[in-house]
Ligand binder design. Structure first.
Ligand code: FES
Length: 71
């Protein structure tokens, strides 16, 4: 029996979204390259892994646009 992410709110989980961002759930503090906190009031943070987001390190959905163009 597996334990769902919702059953463990204090645990951090990182899940790779197919052809998209890394979804981070749980109590994390995100910091920029200078160590400054990045404000994110969301319960789930999407980290860009395609390198095309205009709001790095967060995903802005650009990965989906590029995927549609290739189809
Ligand atoms: S993964 Fe979404 S913009 Fe890069």
């Amino acid at each position: 029996m597996s334990i769902s992410e919702a059953d463990q709110p204090d645990r951090v989980t990182i899940r790779a979204y197919p052809n998209g961002p890394l979804l981070v759930r749980g109590p994390v503090e995100l910091r920029d390259e200078h160590g400054e906190p990045i404000d994110s009031a969301r319960a789930t943070i999407a980290l860009c892994r395609c390198g095309r987001s205009s709001i790095k390190p967060l995903c802005d959905g650009t990965h989906a646009i590029n995927r549609k163009r290739k189809q």
